[in-house]
Design a protein around this ligand. Structure first.
Ligand code: SF4
Ligand code: SF4
Length: 392
């Protein structure tokens, strides 16, 4: 008999109707019972509240209806005292409240009689993760000192920098305001960002060990996520106490090889979760072969990273650098000069002047935070030689 290290439960959920969500949440959470906390616990519901620009038409943020259904389960079964809190993404500084309104969080909090806290408005504490390779010491929300349990509620989405936006990545929202920008500066590419995310999650787990993750995959985001992709009906909720294992299931849905997703590999290497599907017990109405959604669109490949994995960097040289660099370009006809990308850029590579939006190529670290936050496709990234020479 196989000894499983982690469990992931999943349940079909065709839409965001309350009765469907209630049943799917029940299916996912009862399969994992007993949950890792006691009655009356003070529970943080932590959604993905990335964008203050997109409403439910583009599945960028966790839906308020999912948060409400999870909160109801926790109140019914654990008499939990609920706090809903997050902070907006880098292009949404100071706009977390607007994101809450777009997500329906005010309504969910009122129905659940939960506290709704904007993490931009409260203090910070220092978190230490002695095992951290990039972030062994960082600041995060002081709310972590005041709760017993975290229910991490990510959205099923692709991500142009890290492959997928999964359960591990969602903890980044516990670092409000410019703290996220600081992480992008010290971790300017996909693999480094994945290490930083694992370090951050490891530190948060040491502070609040009781963590449960439930992913909103009813309508996912495919293509150039986390904010520029397209909606894709997947019709599934999934849950696990192990965010690495949950991300393995999420990447399987999206057609990624989990062994190629850095946050999964590094999370398992840090001893924080299970990356090997054979060590994960999948509970619920689907087995591993039923999970993949055919033709799920991936973000453009960061070709240079893949090339560097097989060719020594010293052989690549300047020509190769030019060929595979993937710095954004401005699409002036789409740019509304709103400044969101300037605000989001951690490297101060973008500026607005009378001549419009300007990118200082030398400063750009290819993190794509600007693309994440542009509401009007005012930036684009050339894919390959043809687009690099001929343009968009
Ligand atoms: S210009 Fe865009 S891709 Fe370049 S560093 Fe700034 S946010 Fe990142
Ligand atoms: S590129 Fe997009 S985010 Fe940047 S100023 Fe133009 S419209 Fe705004």
């Amino acid at each position: 008999m196989t000894a499983f290290s982690s469990r992931v439960s999943s349940s079909r959920c065709p839409d965001y109707q309350s009765s469907h969500l209630t049943r799917a949440v029940e299916n996912c959470l009862t399969a994992l019972e007993p949950l890792p906390f006691s009655r009356g616990a003070r529970v943080l519901l932590k959604p993905n509240c990335l964008s203050a620009t997109h409403g439910p038409d583009l599945p960028v943020n966790t839906r308020g209806e999912v948060i409400e259904a999870v909160g109801q389960y926790l109140q019914n079964h654990y008499q939990a005292s609920l706090v809903i809190a997050d902070s907006g993404g880098m292009g949404s500084y100071g706009k977390t409240k607007r994101a809450y309104a777009l997500m329906g969080l005010e309504r969910a909090a009122s129905r659940l009689k939960a506290e709704l806290i904007n993490l931009e408005e409260i203090g910070l504490i220092e978190i230490v993760n002695p095992q951290g390779k990039i972030c062994s010491r960082f600041k995060a929300t002081a709310l972590l000192d005041q709760i017993d349990v975290i229910i991490n509620l990510p959205k099923l989405k692709t991500h142009i920098l890290t492959g997928l936006t999964g359960a591990v990545k969602n903890f980044l929202g516990l670092l409000p305001g410019s703290l996220k920008r600081d992480i992008h500066v010290i971790a300017p590419n996909g693999p480094l960002m994945a290490q930083a995310l694992v370090d951050i999650w490891g530190g948060i787990k040491a502070k609040v060990p009781r963590i449960l993750n439930l992913m909103d995959g009813v309508v996912a985001l495919e293509g150039a996520g986390p904010t520029r992709g397209q909606a894709r009906a997947v019709g599934r909720l999934m849950a696990s106490t192990d965010p690495v294992a949950l991300d393995v299931a999420a990447s399987t849905i999206m057609g990624f090889n989990p062994a190629k997703i850095p946050s999964i590999v590094l999370g398992a290497e840090a001893g924080l979760g299970t990356a090997d599907p054979s060590g994960i017990e999948l509970l619920g109405d689907a087995g591993w072969p039923e999970l993949p959604v055919p033709g799920f669109k991936h973000p453009f490949t960061r070709t240079r990273e893949w090339a560097e994995a097989i060719i020594p960097a010293w052989l690549i040289g300047k020509a190769f650098d030019w060929l595979y660099e993937a710095k954004p370009r401005v699409r002036p006809e789409n740019c509304r000069e709103c400044g969101l990308c300037v605000q989001a850029c951690p490297a101060q590579a973008l500026s607005l002047s009378e001549g419009g939006l300007h990118l200082k190529q030398k400063l750009c670290i290819e993190c794509y935070c600007c693309l994440e936050h542009c509401p009007s496709q005012g930036l684009w990234v050339p894919r390959g030689l043809r687009e690099k020479i001929l343009g968009d």
